[in-house]
Ligand binder design. Structure first.
Ligand code: ADP
Ligand code: MG
Length: 255
């Protein structure tokens, strides 16, 4: 049997990651005196690993998650109002299987988006489906299908993903129609999955965001908070970190 024949069969099976490595892998196996089972396992492990990497890369792309924000590059020392242990509890993403929500509150720059996205990345790594929107993007999506209620929109990303992240609630005031669409969205998520929200203002001020519609706000919060974990991040803006350091340096130089 020739190497070429084996390679052709590997190509037919789409074992694309090991086909070119086959001569090296067989040589390595001979050198290490691997058993047939060990050799077979080596090939399959390399294929599984590569497939997993491709799955993660493509899911990250589809999710729309901003790049570069992960749980492992969040500086917990800079933001002591968020306990690392408390975030770590969620890094197994069991909250998604339980259909629970996570809400991050706090002023701009404290890391709300970073933590929400970091959890989203973890969820994808584990194998959950994730979609990220700013509130503005979500509303634009919801407005594309106003002919049928959100609960009937089976194929839409904001319905079918296991985790939906809605970032930046509070920067934009919604009118009554948008508030109603958002309420429908939250109702569907309540029935179907898990949601992470970030907001720069407390729920006490959500009336101002949602068209002064207290009834809708109550209905939204009722569903949202039923199975929810809340983080109030109260600290310095990370965006202003360098600026603060620069100011401090300037001050030091003057004394
Ligand atoms: P928010 O959503 O609260 O306004 P972001 O999460 O967007 O803030 O943070 C602003 C920028 O600072 C982002 O680039 C983010 O990655 C970074 N950042 C914020 N907090 C931290 C932190 N504790 N450690 C590392 N980077 C951070
Ligand atoms: Mg943000």
């Amino acid at each position: 049997m020739s190497m070429q024949q084996v390679k052709r069969k590997m190509e037919r099976l789409k074992l694309d990651n090991t086909v070119e490595m086959l001569p090296d892998l067989t040589e390595e196996a001979a050198k290490e005196k691997s058993s047939p089972l060990e050799f077979f396992d080596r090939i399959l492990s390399l294929e599984v690993e590569a497939k997993e990497e491709r799955r993660i890369a493509s899911s990250l792309k589809v999710s729309g998650l901003p790049k570069g924000m992960r749980l492992d590059n969040f500086d917990f020392l800079f933001q002591p109002s968020v306990e690392k242990q408390r975030i770590d509890i969620f890094s197994d993403c069991e909250f998604i299987s339980r259909g629970e929500n996570i809400l991050f509150f706090g002023p701009p720059g404290v890391g709300k988006t970073h933590l929400a996205v970091g959890l989203g990345v973890r969820a994808i790594e584990i194998g959950h489906s994730v979609i990220y929107y700013t509130l503005e993007e979500l509303l634009a999506q919801l407005k594309k299908r106003t002919d049928i209620p959100v609960s009937k929109q089976k194929g839409r990303a904001y319905v079918k993903n296991a985790l939906v992240i809605v970032d930046e609630i509070g920067y934009q005031a919604l009118d009554r129609f948008e508030t109603h669409l958002f309420f429908q969205f939250i109702s569907v998520r309540y029935a179907k999955g898990s949601t992470i929200l970030t907001s720069n203002c407390s729920v006490l001020d959500w009336g101002q965001i949602f068209a002064q519609d207290e009834l809708a706000v109550t209905a939204i919060l009722d569903r949202l908070l039923h199975k929810a974990h809340l983080f109030n991040i109260d600290g310095k803006s990370y965006r202003m970190k360098d600026f603060d350091q620069m100011l401090a340096k300037k001050r030091d130089n003057h004394v």
